[in-house]
Design a protein around this ligand. Structure first.
Ligand SMILES: *Cc1c(COP(=O)(O)O)cnc(C)c1O
Length: 355
């Protein structure tokens, strides 16, 4: 395996008061960097001082968006830095790479680079419950060329950002608008990749939902506007009549969220039936009307679990569980957060040591 170089800095930043910084505004002293060209493949993995990049105005990513990313978190167990499902996130980065025709990164080098970076930046991992060190790996096309083609050159970076507790004052249940006009991704498209294009495609609908007083958009399938897909930065799960149901990902229009997989694994461990299948919005509304829709929540690395208080569909509002956080939702959040910080036993091997 290629050796990972370490270029040290002498200019260390002042660490912020994490409780005041929210999400993704401050970055640590170092980043991981690696480049790709057709002659050498992925080469020169290194940890270097965090810096601004310079790119050509003709940079292919700026024009055509051939880029991918992932997002995961590091915590401290005592004084040991750990990363939640690091290997799974790095595997998914390569799933996204394949979809965008980006050359896959060598898994061992990417994982070793990630761990080494987190270990070096251990002092940046916040210690308060709910806080974490957010990790953002990303790859972008790096040709200087205005022709439309799969690019020849790429850059892979990992940057780190200490983040505050998402729920500093307890859970904040969200109001979600079921989107039946705009679509985020379609079968045969990029929905299964973590790529900027999917976010660009969702911004306008998100803005419209905000203006109407909703926090997020729940996407339906792009063909029939019938089946539930996901929230766009979170996956969605329903608890109906004692069973946890989340939309299946095989059509390729939904991101296969790692938190979603964590929830399914934990539910099964508890003996709660948990299935992945197609579920129509009509089935959800019907379950609400006959009283079997017990809980609804989103799952994603940033918020971990996000209880849903209201679903709005075709101008009607459906209040879930009287607008209160459901028992299962709360228990799931407590369990996953407990595994993150080492207070709940990790039966699944989700925690990976960074050093
Ligand atoms: C990142 C993301 C999620 C959540 O995935 P996790 O792996 O749980 O963080 C869900 N949907 C989309 C579109 C995403 O980009």
């Amino acid at each position: 395996m290629a050796e990972i170089k370490f270029v040290e800095t002498k200019n260390f930043k002042t660490k912020p008061d994490v409780s005041k910084i929210g999400f993704g505004t401050q970055f640590t002293d170092y980043m991981f960097e690696m480049d790709y060209n057709p002659q050498e493949g992925w080469h020169d993995p290194r940890i270097v001082p965090y810096r601004d990049l310079s790119v050509s105005p003709a940079n292919t990513t700026l024009h055509y968006g051939q880029a991918i990313f992932d997002g995961l978190k590091a915590y401290l167990h005592g004084d040991k830095p750990v990363i939640f499902r690091a290997s799974d996130h790095m595997r998914r980065l390569n799933v996204s790479a394949k979809i965008l025709d980006i050359p896959e990164v060598p898994f061992d080098v990417a994982l070793a680079g990630l761990k080494k970076l987190v270990a070096i930046e251990k002092a940046w991992i916040p210690k308060e419950k709910g806080q974490s060190l957010y990790i953002r790996p990303f790859i972008f096309a790096n040709d200087d060329y205005l022709g439309v083609n799969v690019s020849k050159n790429y850059k892979f970076l990992i940057i780190l950002s200490p983040v505050a507790a998402y729920y500093a004052h307890g859970f904040a249940p969200v109001k979600i608008m079921v989107e039946d006009t705009y679509v985020r991704a379609v079968r045969g498209g990029l929905g299964a990749a973590k790529t900027p294009a999917n976010y660009a495609a969702s911004l306008h609908a998100g803005l419209v939902a905000h203006q109407k007083g909703y926090d997020q958009t729940l996407w339906l399938d792009g063909v029939e506007r019938k089946y539930v897909e996901e929230v766009g930065s979170m996956n969605i799960l329903f608890k109906i009549n004692g069973e946890v149901i989340t939309p299946s990902v095989e059509d390729g229009s939904i991101l296969n969220g790692i938190t979603r997989r964590t929830v399914l694994a934990v539910a099964k461990d508890w003996g709660v039936p948990a299935v992945e299948r197609k579920i129509s919005i009509d089935e959800v509304i019907q379950a609400h009307e006959n009283g079997t829709l017990e809980e609804v929540f989103g799952s994603g690395t940033a918020a971990v679990i996000s209880p849903v208080a209201v679903l709005a569909y075709k101008g009607k509002e459906y209040v879930i569980n009287n607008g209160k956080v459901g028992e299962f939702t709360q228990k799931m959040y407590d369990c996953i957060e407990g595994i993150h910080v080492g207070e709940v036993e990790d039966k699944f091997g989700f925690i990976e040591a960074a050093e």
